[in-house]
Design a protein around this ligand. Sequence first.
Ligand SMILES: [Zn+2]
Length: 304
Amino acid sequence: MAQKRPRDQRVVRNRRVAIYTFLLILTLFYISAHRTVQKEREMEALRAETAAEGPGEQVKELAEGWPEEVVGGQTGGQPKEPVQEQPEGLPGARVYKERGEMDADGGLKILPEDMWCLILTNAEYPVPEDYEVELESIPGTEQSVDKRIYEPLMAMIGDMKAQGLSPIVCSGYRTLDKQEKLFNRKVLSFVKAGHTKEESYNLARQTISIPGSGEHCLGLAVDFYTRRYHKLERAFEDTPESKWLVEHAQDYGFVMRYGENKTDITGIQYEPWHYRYVGVEAANYMKDNELFLEEFYIEQSLYG
Ligand SMILES: [Zn+2]
């Protein structure tokens, strides 16, 4: 018995060590799993917030009274240069109505009266405060657009439907007020996910136009869902509706406004669902020359 005792003690000690080690590993594992779940929940919430960018139904659900200014001191909406009057002395004297003419001449002629649909808004160029738009409701939705683009939009949707496709306009015109609420909400979602206010502001401004700007506030842009795909996410590009739009939208005067790998130019991330009316001639020209609106402005000397 006397000989066995030390061994027994060793065994007991070893068992204790083993049990404590096991408990420690179990605790660490639990903490790690808990953190992963928490992170996933945050990401899920973030994805849900991101999807809320456009759809009217979700916009309606927004709680009133978000803080006026989420990010102290950062308005971001001040243009580097004030918004200019429509540039005078635009090149050329006519707008081509036929693509053949346009191609034969090798260039595009823009008249000042056609600038209404080429108006630019981005972080540098806010929507003019006195901007007014006459709206037309899109049947079967709660959305509306500038009356002047109603016909080409409906023609495009009609032709898509005739091909068996099912585009749904989930976001059209939006007031500046609504735009600001959406933006503030987006900033908060990034803050909640653990980013600093500054980081959150900068992340938000890549996914949604900053207060004071935004194509939806012009009434010249729409976001598309499809009957089967209800998200404003990258995978929209894989839907047949998106593929059709990429190929044909320009013939109705629409362009994909925020292209892939164009964030440094447009300031907004890739949005395959967001289409903007610029007129048939400009849309075809932009498509042929692979220009996005900011690049088109430089190429056509449209900056005032
Ligand atoms: Zn949009």
